[in-house]
Design a protein around this ligand. Structure first.
Ligand code: HEC
Ligand code: HEC
Ligand code: HEC
Ligand code: HEC
Ligand code: HEC
Length: 321
């Protein structure tokens, strides 16, 4: 808890919000309820790392834990000077070289290998190894550090000043509970110190289940080849349409890989085993920007899914079961 005692404004900010949520905490905790509207834009989702539209006080509450760059896209993309470390569009995040523990089972018919760019992008936050605000190119001129593509440099991240009147970030936190990734001697708490039942401060929405980690054995396989012909015992539908080296289920038949359409990825964005057969990656099932559930302006599908999984429709897009 000591890390948070450095700033009384931070403490009172937390107390303010905590009071507001306290009454509903025990029930809302597990429901993963959100203050965001989940409509219109990624700005209105949990993927807005400024946390600024979630309501008065919430953004400030996160100030000691992550730089508030005052922009939504910049935590993931930059228009110039993007990363060559992974295949992901105009990627602005630190992606540490990592060997993931892969899913395995006796019944698999396909090859599972290290995840491709369309998973590594997500894992750059969701494996818990890297600070949420660890980017290559900060807003404004200057504020660029090419080494950030693979290495988190705390001194560089400290050059950012949060909005006037707010405290600056002293611990650049990741989606973990106890790993000391910020390397600044400020203690070892990650975002889960507040966002979990067991965290020292606890009390905020429990994000424990969102921490995928580096052990992928308990997750739907990624970096797994998609069968070009149906494997023994297990049937698969065929994503017949192509976009470059990716293949997709062209539900609306317009020959474009639309955000609501499930896809598999070719080499690069796809995993190490992707060649003739593309691979399933995180972004096969999820779109990190949100996908309207019923046309423009409607609420996004839950958990950033490309399509609703009501009746297991997502699973049955690929699997014939
Ligand atoms: C000092 C405690 C604390 C820390 C540390 C903290 N948060 Fe929060 N966070 C809160 C509180 C309190 C709220 C508002 C109540 C809620 O939504 O759980 C909140 C809200 C949020 C929300 C909005 C939740 C929603 O959908 O309504 C997100 C997203 C979030 N925090 C992300 C983070 C991230 C990422 C980190 C680490 C970089 C972090 N938080 C660190 C206390 C904290
Ligand atoms: C939390 C991280 C994150 C944020 C924030 C984010 N993106 Fe993305 N974006 C991604 C990822 C990951 C992909 C690649 C998806 C894939 O592999 O298919 C992507 C892909 C894209 C693409 C390529 C086409 C597509 O949809 O796949 C565009 C364009 C794009 N983003 C624009 C934006 C803009 C504009 C913003 C801000 C309003 C933004 N993104 C915010 C993670 C993010
Ligand atoms: C910049 C860091 C970052 C990146 C990159 C990122 N996420 Fe997240 N994601 C978060 C944070 C922060 C939350 C809020 C909850 C938490 O802190 O775990 C979240 C929440 C989620 C949730 C839960 C949403 C909900 O409403 O319950 C899903 C699903 C998710 N992310 C999937 C993905 C996928 C898939 C990708 C890649 C295509 C991705 N994320 C990339 C930071 C990130
Ligand atoms: C085969 C499809 C598929 C793939 C691939 C996939 N997910 Fe998911 N993911 C889902 C579905 C479906 C849910 C909703 C589960 C639920 O409602 O409990 C989900 C939920 C989540 C959540 C919210 C936690 C939860 O269980 O509610 C996060 C975070 C997440 N996924 C991240 C990722 C990341 C990161 C990857 C890549 C390593 C990934 N997903 C790969 C289908 C997938
Ligand atoms: C983008 C296509 C795709 C989607 C969507 C998808 N899967 Fe899969 N899934 C695969 C592939 C490919 C494999 C590897 C199968 C193999 O090796 O035989 C797999 C593997 C699995 C396995 C492990 C099989 C084993 O033998 O160990 C399970 C279980 C599974 N999927 C369940 C689901 C569920 C449940 C959903 C919906 C939440 C889902 N899948 C969505 C493509 C998909």
């Amino acid at each position: 808890m000591k890390i948070f005692l450095h700033s009384s404004s931070y403490r009172s900010g937390f107390a303010l919000v905590a009071t507001a949520v306290c009454a509903t905490l025990t029930s809302s905790h597990l429901a993963q309820a959100t203050a965001f509207t989940n409509t219109g834009s990624i700005a209105n989702t949990r993927h807005n790392m400024t946390q600024s539209t979630a309501g008065v006080g919430i953004s400030n509450t996160m100030d000691l834990a992550r730089n508030d760059y005052g922009e939504v896209c910049v935590y993931c993309h930059t228009p110039h000077g993007s990363s060559a470390a992974i295949v992901a569009p105009l990627w602005n995040r630190t992606t540490k070289a990592t060997s993931y523990t892969l899913y395995s089972s006796n019944t698999l018919t396909q090859t599972v290998a290290q995840p491709g760019g369309s998973s590594l992008a997500c894992l750059s936050c969701h494996d818990g190894q890297t600070a949420i605000d660890s980017i290559i190119n900060m807003p404004g001129s200057g504020g660029y550090n090419a080494n950030q593509a693979t290495t988190q440099n705390t001194a560089f991240l400290n050059t950012w000043n949060n909005p006037v009147g707010r405290v600056d970030t002293i611990g650049h936190q990741g989606l973990n509970s106890r790993n000391n990734i910020q390397g600044d001697g400020m203690g070892s708490q990650g975002c889960l110190v507040c966002h979990s039942d067991t965290g020292a401060l606890g009390g905020a929405t429990d994000f424990t289940v969102f921490l995928i980690g580096t052990d992928l054995r308990n997750d739907h396989p990624v970096g797994v080849t998609f069968p070009t012909t149906n494997g023994p015992g297990t049937g698969f539908n065929t994503p017949a349409a192509t976009a470059g080296t990716a293949r997709f289920f062209d539900v609306n038949g317009n020959s474009r890989m639309d955000k609501g359409e499930v896809r598999v990825y070719g080499p690069g964005a796809g995993g190490a085993a992707a060649a003739a057969s593309a691979t399933v990656e995180c972004a096969s099932c999820h779109d990190p920007h949100g996908v309207p559930s019923a046309g423009v302006g409607s609420t996004f599908n839950k958990t950033f899914l490309r399509m609703s999984n009501s009746g297991s429709a997502l699973c049955l897009t690929c699997h014939i079961k």
